[in-house]
Structure formats: C-alpha cells, structure tokens
Design a protein around this ligand. Structure first.
Ligand SMILES: Nc1ncnc2c1ncn2[C@@H]1O[C@H](COP(=O)(O)OP(=O)(O)O)[C@@H](O)[C@H]1O
Ligand SMILES: [Mg+2]
Length: 361
C-alpha cells in the first residue's frame, strides 16, 4: 500500500471518527430533553391540544438518516481531501526520488533545488544537493587525475619509443649510451608507477598503525638524504622535541622523505639551507621542513600540492620529479587525520608544516 493511500485512509478515518463523536454528542444532548413517551395533560381534560410533541422513536427516525448521510459525506470528503492533501505533502518526495534515480544512473549534475519554506523535506533535499555537488567534484577530480596520470605515464614510453626508433635507423651507433638512456627513462617510469601505487595505498587508509615518533622519522629521512644534500652543497639542520603520533611508520617516513627531498632539490645549489623541526603542542604534533630557494608567489604555492603540479614548469634533468611528491604528502597527512600547510617564505624558499594528532599517552 502506498504512503499516499495510507495517509488518505488515516485522514478519512480521523474525519469519520470526529464526525461520529460529534453526532453522538448531539444524540445524547437531544435525548436529555426528550422523554421516552409523552404524556400531555390536557387542560381542560378531553380537549386535543393540537400540538405534536415528538417522542424518542420519532426523533430517532428523523435523526438517523441524516446522521448516516452526514457520515457518508464526511467519508467521501475525507477520502477526496486526504488524497489531495497527501499528494501535495508527498510531492517533494517524488522530486527527491527522481533526483536519486538520475544520480544512480550517473547524472550527477542534476539538482533538486526544492523551492518553498524550510521544512524537513527542504532540509533533506538541500542535504542531498550538497552531497551531489561533493560527489560530482570528487568524480571530476578523479577523472582529471586519471587523465593526468595516463599522460604522465605515456611520456617515458614515448621517450623510449623515440630512442628505439633512432637506434633502429642508425644501427652503428653506440649501444652503451642507448642502454644507459633507456635505463634512466625506465627508472623514471618505475618511480612514477610506484608513486601512483603509494598514493592509492595512502588514500585507502588501510594500513597498520602504531606509535611513531616524528623526530626519529625526521632523523631517519635526514640520514638517507644527507648524501644528496651534500652533493648539492646544502646543509641540513634537524632539531626539536619528541613528537609521538599514531600511524604507519613507512608512510610517515615516505612523507618526511618527500618533504626533505623537495627542500633539497628545489633549493639554491651550493649555498642553500634546509631545516627540519619537530614539536608537540597540546593535542597535536608538528613536523616543519623549511628551505631557502627561489621566491614563490602565494597563488602558485596554494596549488603545489595538486597531483602533477610542478612549480617552476622547468624540469631539471638531474632531479626529474614526477610531480606527485606533495600530493603523496597530502594524502598521507589526510589518512592520518592531519593537516598540511605550505607557506612561502618572504624573500625566498618555502616552509611546509604537517600537523598530526598526538598519540594518547
Ligand atoms: N620545499 C620546496 N621549496 C620550493 N619549491 C617546492 C618545494 N616543495 C615543492 N616545491 C614546488 O612544488 C612542486 C611540486 O612538488 P612535488 O609535488 O614534490 O613534485 P616534484 O618535486 O616531483 O616536482 C615542485 O615542482 C616545486 O616547484
Ligand atoms: Mg618532489
């Protein structure tokens, strides 16, 4: 039975009940003033008073058909009115259902935009519209990401193809050089694929968590990247308090390594500095990585964490980044319920801060 029919029957039932009660009250009221049988004392006796005084059965005969007619009218009125009112009440639901069906069939751009007063239906419709908008943005972002990732993955394959074509046209060329270049391009493709896999893993949030001290993680990452920094004539300074949090050690190490790697490669070779600080404040712990380097416009900085975004647009041959470093950092941070802040330093360089919830002591 549809809700509309159920509502209609309830309306009609209530109206009928109210009508019956009213008729009952009227009946009782009438009975109080009408005796069972009428005895009229004639004065003087024997004379017909010429007056008709109804008794109870007369009354019943007169009242019952009218009461039945009124009840029948109330029933018809209740059913018709109930059907109409229930239809009007439920109309927004039909719109919401239509929108849900459209969304289910893949059309996420449709919105309910329910007009009228703020009521429960309007609240539901607005919440639904909000959900659709977020879903649409999310799907668009995923599509963009897939398109960008395919494009990025194609690049090393295209370079390989070109190298092979050249080698085929000129068989006498030095194969050692060709192998070296193919190896470098292949490494790049592997790095890119691994970065993409890492991003998926962090996004899924399905990793084991344990106690991790960010200050130890920072030391570990510094140790790994110290040769790279020294090769570029940079200094790395690591300092700060213990910063205990709950999370995945490998992912947090990856996050710190990415930040440190960026701080080293996007820096002034020979004269730059990198510093890593850790700390605990209230219920959160922070990891800050700062570095000197080219000045970055604030507008540019706000987009750097997007996948495949490379700040300067130039790709330096010696540290071809795949453009996923900060996207991975963002993903890992979010998977740990933390926040990432990227701020340009006045004059030069960048400061990146990761804030994570502190581990319960
Ligand atoms: N510490 C930093 N200092 C200056 N620029 C940075 C820093 N970290 C990131 N960037 C800029 O942000 C861009 C995106 O960084 P990232 O996502 O790690 O990609 P990639 O390093 O592979 O280019 C970089 O190309 C660079 O221009
Ligand atoms: Mg990077």
């Amino acid at each position: 039975m549809s809700v509309r029919l159920r509502l209609t029957l309830s309306y009609a039932g209530f109206i009928l009940l109210a009508g019956a009660l009213l008729l009952a009250v009227v009946w009782v009221f009438l009975l109080r003033y009408v005796p069972d049988a009428v005895l009229i004392a004639s004065d003087p006796p024997g004379r017909d008073p010429g007056l008709f005084v109804p008794n109870r059965s007369d009354l019943l005969r007169a009242f019952a058909p009218r009461a039945a007619a009124a009840s029948a009218f109330l029933l018809v009125f209740g059913l018709a009115g109930g059907w109409f009112l229930a239809g009007r009440m439920l109309a927004p639901l039909a719109r919401i259902t239509d929108a849900t069906r459209m969304a289910a069939s893949g059309s996420l751009s449709h919105r309910i935009r329910l007009p009228g007063r703020e009521d429960e239906f309007r609240e539901l419709a607005d919440a639904f519209d909000g959900m659709l908008a977020r879903l649409e943005a999310h799907v668009a972002e995923q599509r963009r990401f897939a398109a960008n990732a395919s494009h990025e993955l194609r690049t090393p394959l295209t370079v390989t193809q070109t190298l092979l074509d050249v080698a085929r046209r000129d068989p006498d060329r030095d194969t050692g050089q060709l192998v070296d270049r193919l190896h470098a391009v292949n490494t790049w493709a592997i790095d890119l694929t691994e970065a993409l896999l890492l991003l998926t893993r962090a996004d899924q949030r399905s990793f084991p968590r344990g106690h991790v001290d960010l200050s130890l993680v920072a030391e570990e990452a510094t140790e790994t990247l110290l040769p790279l920094a020294e090769g570029r004539g940079l200094t790395i300074e690591t300092s700060g308090d213990i910063a205990p949090t709950m999370g995945s050690h490998p992912l947090l190490l990856q996050m710190t390594t990415n930040l440190l790697h960026n701080a080293i490669v996007h820096n002034f070779p020979g004269q730059g500095a990198v510093w890593v600080r850790t700390g605990a404040r209230g219920r959160s712990v922070t990891l800050t990585v700062g570095n000197t380097g080219e000045e970055l416009a604030p507008r540019l900085v706000s987009t750097l964490a997007e996948p495949f975004r490379r700040g300067t647009g130039r790709i330096h041959a010696d540290h071809v980044g795949v453009g996923l470093g900060l996207a991975i950092v963002t993903s890992i941070t979010e998977a740990h319920d933390g926040t990432l802040t990227v701020t340009p330093r006045a004059g030069d360089g960048l400061i990146v801060t990761v804030q994570l919830p502190a581990a319960p002591s």
